[in-house]
Structure formats: C-alpha cells, structure tokens
Design a protein around this ligand. Structure first.
Ligand SMILES: [Zn+2]
Length: 296
C-alpha cells in the first residue's frame, strides 16, 4: 500500500545542482472531483493542473495564489486550478455538452493557457500566457519556464485511480542557491534519471523511496513536507462584493418574488442565501426600485 498523500515535498540534488518539488493529492483531489462529474480525460487535465499549481505555488514568496486557466481545448471549455501560498487548492472544469464531451484537444487553435499570480497583500496580479502547442500540459509548462525565466525545467504530471501528482526539477547550479560546485553534466544526468520515472511510481511510491531510487548518487536533501488541502476561498463577504459590483438594479432583479436569492459557489457548492435586507443594506442610501420594504 502507498502512503497517504496531500503534501508538497521540496528537495535538492546537491551533486547535480538541481532543486526539485513533488506535489501529491489524494483526499483534496477526491473532494475537488466530487463537485462535478467529469469525463476521465477532463478529470485528468484538471488533476494534472492542480498538481502543477501546487508545484508552482510552492515557490511563492508572499501571501497569495497561483492559478492555471485553460480555455477552449476541444470540448474542454474552461478549466481553472488554483493553489495558495499555504497549500489551499481548488479547481473547476466545464465541458461542452454532446457526444464529443470527453475530447480534450490541446492542439485546438482556440486553446488559451495562462498562469496567473496574485499577491493578496498588494492586490496585484500578473498573468503570463503559455503557448499550448504540446501534446501535454507538462511540456507546455516546461517551455514557459524556459522561455519566460530562462530556467531549465523538467515537469512530469500524472492523474490516475483517484490520485494526482507532479514532480518538477529546476537547475540551480551556478546560482547563489547552489551548495555544490558547478557540475556541468548534472542537469542532463538529472533529466535522464527523471525520464525513467513511471506514472505509477510518481503516484504511489513513498517520496523518500522514489527520490532514492531515482537520484541515490546525487546527494538528495529532502525538506519537511508541507500539507496541501482542498479549501475554497469563497465567503458571504465575497458574494456581497460581487453584488455590489453588479449594482443595485441588477442585484434587485436577481431577487425572487418573495425577496431572496441563492448564490451557489461553483468551486465548493456552498449556497449563500441573500435576501432583500442584505441587498438594501448593501446599497444603503441609494434608492431601491420596487421595494416592499420590510427591512426593519
Ligand atoms: Zn466556495
């Protein structure tokens, strides 16, 4: 049996001058998948993207989140996977209805893939577009890091049997982070060793066993694991903020005849019940059209 997962493991290969990270999701993936029934190829993309978002968010140096958006990849109309700096994940996928509903096509010319980083403190946002001309997301992400950050990167992602996982290697040799003298062949060696990793090993082997099996001659230094979990950042406050942005007319129009509305969060299915009193106090001081005002 394999160990329980839902953790982020960072490590260094001291001899090769490479840093790495492994993300594994088990319970969190089960909870996210339970929000909607997804055809297996779509679930695979979402699981792999969640693992990737955890790999990338592990490097955030501030309070915030990293998200991956994919649009219009064949029948996959929309996919979103997000991980915060403290390991809270959420995700969603929407597919077009019809017989081809399971066909995910990354070569679709309409496909758009983006990585967004949000800093919660400064409320700033950076978005990078990732060219998707690839058979799999991992290849697209590798190209993105190599082009945008000149950082040699190898990524393997997998989703199967209720689990998803990812591993990423990046070259640090020659940088101040490197603890060993420059080993000119270290990066190639690490890449060749990683290429022997199977999806099953990535998903199921205990992390220490996996790292020692692959990299036993590279001086593996494994840091303590950090937990990952499913947690949605929705709140009543955010729903009210959304209504405020819609404005008083639209908010009132969304109320039913008996004066309430139910807003369901599409990430966690939580239902927020908003009534006329909430809407009235949101726009206090502004006239509310047709009011049967029983607010007090
Ligand atoms: Zn939610």
């Amino acid at each position: 049996m394999s160990e329980p997962t839902d953790a982020l493991h960072t490590f260094q290969l001291q001899r090769a001058g490479v840093r790495g990270v492994i993300a594994r999701l088990d319970h969190a993936w089960a909870e996210i998948r339970a929000q909607a029934s997804l055809p297996p190829p779509v679930a695979r993309q979402l699981g792999e993207s969640l693992a990737a978002s955890a790999l990338f968010a592990g490097a955030l140096k501030f309070e915030g989140s990293l998200s991956i958006h994919l649009r219009n990849a064949g029948a996959l109309r929309l996919m979103f996977a997000e991980c915060t700096h403290d390991g809270h994940l959420r995700g969603i996928a929407r597919v077009d209805e019809g017989p081809a509903a399971s066909a995910v096509d990354l070569h679709d010319p309409r496909a758009r893939l983006a990585i967004t980083i949000e800093n919660a403190r400064t409320e700033t946002r950076y978005q990078g577009l990732v060219p998707v001309e690839a058979d799999q997301l991992s290849t697209a992400f590798e190209g993105y890091f190599e082009r945008s950050e000149q950082l040699p990167t190898r990524i393997v992602l997998a989703e199967r049997n209720g689990r998803c996982a990812g591993i990423m290697l990046q070259l640090i040799a020659g940088s101040p982070e490197a603890s060993a003298p420059l080993d000119s062949d270290g990066w190639n060696r690490a890449g060749h060793l990683l290429a022997t990793l199977t999806a099953q090993e990535l998903l199921e082997l205990p992390v220490e066993t996996l790292l020692l099996r692959l990299f036993h001659e590279e001086g593996v230094l494994l840091q303590p694991a950090r937990p990952l979990r499913f947690r949605c950042s929705c709140s009543r406050q955010r729903v009210l903020g959304m209504l405020q942005a819609l404005g008083p007319e639209e908010s009132v129009a969304s109320l039913t005849e008996d004066g309430h509305m139910e807003v369901t969060c599409e990430f966690c299915n939580r239902i927020y019940r908003i009534d006329r009193i909430d809407v009235a106090s949101l726009f206090a001081g502004r006239p509310l059209a047709p009011a049967s005002d029983q607010a007090h």
